[in-house]
Design a protein around this ligand. Structure first.
Ligand SMILES: C[S@@+](CC[C@H](N)C(=O)[O-])C[C@H]1O[C@@H](n2cnc3c(N)ncnc32)[C@H](O)[C@@H]1O
Length: 240
């Protein structure tokens, strides 16, 4: 499926690489993007399809995509640069680290997390992105009314998400595909839909009566994501 937007002549390309984080303090969005606009984060952005499409379709919003894999960020940056998008940056960085160390509390309009890696190998399970501690920093990072969007095709992960996300967010499952991208907002969603897998989508706003300290305390009392692996999905992951 083609990426949104068109490849511009090189003179119109932009530089979407965010190569380093501040040595001290947090990111200043206005300095990074050269203007004040709502900020959208895509955590575990993979090849950047969602962030690129959203930046292309919403010039009113600034976007930062992050992933731990340098190779996927390289592709995402190349496509972002070629589309001349001034409202888009990509960085190689863990999602939790980005929010915990570099994002000013209450400064982000939307945090998207599409198909977080299920990590089936028992030795890797501790790397799963959606944990209570992660949700607490998502909660802290969002501006009042800001939105957390999460989706997965893994039923076990979804069951876990349904049990912990509502502790921090007024959370609702979304029934049906995204009207803006009925074939899928991201690479993984497109693959899952083509394979006929169910895709579970949800979004919510941060609970306003939950303080940062209370959220952190709650996070400590909640279970980690220890859902079982699904063999069919594991095979799909291996093939992908
Ligand atoms: C299943 S892929 C989904 C990619 C994309 N969101 C999509 O839906 O196509 C999961 C992505 O999360 C990335 N990832 C895993 N752990 C991460 C972490 N702690 N922080 C940021 N990205 C992470 C992986 O490198 C991978 O690109």
């Amino acid at each position: 499926m083609p990426f949104p937007g068109t490849i511009l002549p090189p003179l119109k390309w932009t530089q979407t690489a965010l190569k380093a984080m501040p040595e001290v303090g947090r990111l200043n969005w206005a300095t990074l993007f050269g203007r004040t606009a709502p900020v959208v984060l895509d955590i575990g952005c993979g090849n950047g399809r969602f962030a690129i499409g959203s930046a292309f379709g919403r010039s009113t919003h600034d976007h930062l995509g992050t992933d731990i894999l340098p190779v996927v960020i390289r592709y995402a940056r190349k496509r972002g640069n070629q589309r001349g998008l001034p409202n888009l940056k990509f960085i190689v960085l863990g999602g939790h680290e980005l929010l915990e160390r570099y994002v000013e509390p209450g400064s982000v309009a939307e945090i998207h997390c599409y198909h977080p890696q299920p990590y089936y190998d028992p030795a890797q399970i501790h790397r799963r992105q959606i944990t209570p501690a992660f949700l607490a920093v998502v909660h802290r990072s969002l501006a009042p009314g800001g939105l957390f969007i999460v989706q997965t095709d893994n039923p076990g992960y979804w069951k876990y998400i349904q049990s912990v996300v509502p502790v921090f967010f007024d959370f609702h499952e979304r029934i049906g595909r995204w009207p803006d991208s009925p074939k899928g907002r991201t690479r993984r969603e497109i693959v899952a839909l083509k394979k006929g897998l169910p895709v579970f989508r949800g979004s919510g706003t941060a609970k306003l009566d939950l303080t940062e300290d209370a959220a952190l305390q709650l996070a400590e009392s909640l279970p980690p994501p220890t859902f079982d692996a699904d063999r069919r999905l594991r095979e799909l992951d291996r093939l992908a």
